[in-house]
Design a protein around this ligand. Structure first.
Ligand SMILES: Cc1cc2nc3c(=O)[nH]c(=O)nc-3n(C[C@H](O)[C@H](O)[C@H](O)COP(=O)(O)O)c2cc1C
Length: 195
């Protein structure tokens, strides 16, 4: 199984990056092939230009589409910012999951073109998940991100692993527990699965 991990957080030493690296490391431990794209460190340009909107992906977005073509499983890792994704990740979605590559639409009906590929979402928030659920916010996240972006593009969502109550002063024991959850996620889905 070939994995593409796409992570968006401006700080290299952030917990978001730590989760992505732990997940990648665990995949390699069980014999999986992975490549990680750290959008900020790559200097990915999240802005859709008029030219690109008219003529399709170019430059780093075209390369990112090649990454997806080559992958069986896409794993995205990002924090919830204003209940949404960081602008960097949103720009990746805008430019890379573009019409003609990730979807076609006719009279408002969207058809995903990435059928057969799988996606795992790993998101984090400061807010506790039960609070997000009770307020209806979690439903909004799932509608806009899980369903409207990734499922609409044709991906099968294997898991949306959400790590909540992430704070800068988080005790190490809690951080380790969260890192163990992403490692377990890699194991659960892909141990022994070397297709
Ligand atoms: C611009 C910005 C907006 C955020 N918006 C939310 C939010 O809407 N809900 C939430 O629970 N946490 C929010 N957070 C907190 C993040 O989801 C996350 O918990 C925090 O960035 C810690 O992760 P890190 O150590 O990897 O940065 C926000 C953080 C930033 C910087």
């Amino acid at each position: 199984v070939k994995h593409l991990i796409v992570v968006a957080h401006p700080v290299e030493k952030s917990f978001t990056l730590a989760l992505a690296h732990a997940y990648a490391e665990e995949l390699e431990k069980i014999g999986q092939v992975q490549q990680t794209r750290d959008l900020y460190r790559m200097g990915f340009d999240p802005l859709m230009s008029a030219d690109e909107l008219a003529s399709g992906a170019s430059g780093d977005a075209a390369k990112a589409q090649d990454d997806i073509r080559a992958a069986d499983v896409l794993t995205v890792v990002y924090p919830l910012w204003w209940l949404s994704m960081p602008a960097m990740m949103k720009g990746y979605v805008d430019r890379v999951l573009a019409r003609g590559f990730a979807y076609e639409s006719e009279k408002g009906n969207v058809r995903g073109l990435l059928e057969g590929k799988k996606v795992i979402m790993i998101t984090i928030s400061g807010a506790p998940l039960p609070l997000l659920i009770a307020s209806g916010n979690w439903n909004a996240v799932q509608v806009l991100q899980d369903t409207h972006i990734f499922r609409a593009a044709g991906f099968t969502l294997l898991e949306h692993l959400h790590i909540d109550k992430v704070a800068p002063d988080m005790p190490k024991a809690i951080a380790d527990k969260h890192l163990a959850r992403v490692r377990a996620c890699a194991q659960e889905h892909f141990r022994g699965n070397l297709l």
